[in-house]
Design a protein around this ligand. Structure first.
Ligand code: SF4
Length: 446
């Protein structure tokens, strides 16, 4: 009988791409990927573990599955893959006996071979944790929702930066860039599947190519992707400011298909904190990238992420950060409270900040940002925006939901559109007629 497999994908878009590759390989092998866990013979939880809340979410999901299996009496297998398995698989093998298999991030390409263990009469539980050196390639099939018109394109894996708070280099290994020809081939495959929007991901996309012969750069890669006719939008996530070069802004300015949107994770603005974080960037470089980007492209949308409560963040240093947020007016901003991760250098730093104080600082920034986002969204009323139509609206007063160039899937809100008729996957010209803190509302002007 054909084995049915269900994958639960947690965490970031980079992990989602791993889930899609595992899904593609599973389908190709003769097993069948299914939408619901209810009929599955094997359930894979592809986990995230970069900070404590992500670990908690992953463990909650695993224990919910264990409970479901116990209550239902069904005999499906539980497999835990991804970052949690890579980081803690050996310990968890002893602690959660209901999980049949732990598979680390280095084994994404071998998932079918590992699942074959369930064909045997007697299954030996195991944690397969190997060197995290897997790098996907265009020849590997990806399983994606049939109706999607956007896809992530992972141009590299791992990270060599060693920010002192971050466990990712230890989990995912050193930075490995894919060859440009392989990336272009995948972009062509995605275009052939009807994808209109390519979203470039990697742990540090601006470091792309530094580990490859000839050091091919991100700008030429983006231009090559833009030359694929049916790809209409390209956008860039995780652009580390330390590796940001001015030619990238020039490419964005001239290449119409590249969305004028930069996700620039700054993490902080105080130079002492940036140094203690080992971000390899100064506040003046961050300020200069933002100023240049806005000078060259006044309509650019900027997103950033920030960590509050890093050890040594005095009230004065925090005030500096808050003031920077106030004056810079990012279009989108996410704030994390510092998470003390074992094995990282920052975990050993003195002058730790109490959890309640970290939370208070997070809330202060979020409150400030809510006002900023509201003002920016209000200013967009009356502007003309392209909208990628994604689905029928879940609001009765609008026909469709989609996103404009200023909005990344899942994190930036939606644009609701009155359009009478439109096809999912089409890009239509709209006028913004209303806005709230998060979403935009538009009518078609086609
Ligand atoms: S750039 Fe820093 S924060 Fe981002 S993955 Fe690499 S080490 Fe972690």
């Amino acid at each position: 009988m054909v084995k049915k497999v269900h994958i639960i994908s947690l965490g970031c878009p980079k992990n989602l791409v791993d889930s899609e590759v595992m899904g593609g390989l599973i389908n190709q092998s003769g097993m069948r990927l299914v939408d619901s866990r209810d009929s599955a013979d094997i359930v894979i939880v592809n986990t995230c573990a970069f900070i404590n809340p992500a670990k908690e979410e992953a463990l909650d999901e695993i224990f919910a599955l264990v409970e479901e299996k116990r209550k239902s009496g069904r005999s499906f297998r539980i497999v835990v893959a991804g970052c949690l398995a890579q980081r803690y698989g050996r310990e968890l093998l002893a602690e959660i006996p209901e999980v049949d298999l732990f598979v680390g991030v280095g084994e994404v390409g071998n998932i079918v071979r590992h699942l074959a263990v369930f064909d045997k009469e007697k299954v030996k539980r195991a944690a397969i944790i190997t060197k995290p050196d897997f790098l996907m390639h265009a020849g590997q099939p990806r399983f994606m929702p049939a109706k999607t018109s956007s896809a992530y394109l992972k141009i590299s894996d791992g990270c060599s930066n060693c920010c002192t708070y971050c466990a990712i280099p230890a989990i995912r290994g050193k930075a490995r860039s894919r060859r440009p020809d392989d990336i272009i081939r995948e972009a062509q495959i995605l275009a052939g599947r009807g994808i209109k929007e390519i979203i470039i991901t990697g742990q540090d996309t601006t470091a792309y190519g530094r580990d490859l012969p000839g050091r091919p750069g991100l700008s030429s890669l983006l231009s090559d992707i833009a030359s694929i006719k049916s790809i209409k939008w390209i956008r860039l996530l995780y652009a580390h400011p330390a590796h940001f070069s001015p030619d990238l802004l020039e490419t964005m300015a001239v290449q119409k298909k590249i969305c004028r949107y930069i996700d620039l994770p700054i993490q902080h603005i105080d130079d002492d904190i940036l140094k203690a974080m080992n971000r390899k960037v100064t506040s003046s470089k961050i300020r200069s990238i933002i100023a240049q980007a806005r000078e060259i492209m006044p309509d650019i949308a900027l997103r950033t992420s920030i960590i509050v409560g890093f050890p040594g963040e005095t009230p004065k240093k925090f005030e500096r950060l808050l003031e920077f947020v106030r004056e810079t007016k990012f279009d989108h901003l996410g704030v994390f409270t510092y998470s003390r991760e074992e094995g990282t250098k920052a975990a050993l730093l003195p002058s730790r900040i109490a959890e309640r104080e970290k939370e208070r600082r997070r809330e202060s920034i979020m409150t400030e940002q809510a006002t900023i986002s509201h003002t920016i969204n209000q200013r967009l009323i009356g502007s003309r925006q392209e909208v990628l139509i994604e689905a029928p609206s879940d609001r009765s007063d609008y026909d469709f939901m989609g996103r404009c160039r200023r909005q990344v899937p899942e994190i930036d809100g939606l644009t609701y559109v009155k359009a009478g008729q439109a096809r999912a996957g089409s890009i239509i010209q709209c006028k913004i007629i209303a806005a709230d803190d998060y979403d935009l509302f538009a009518e078609s002007i086609n």
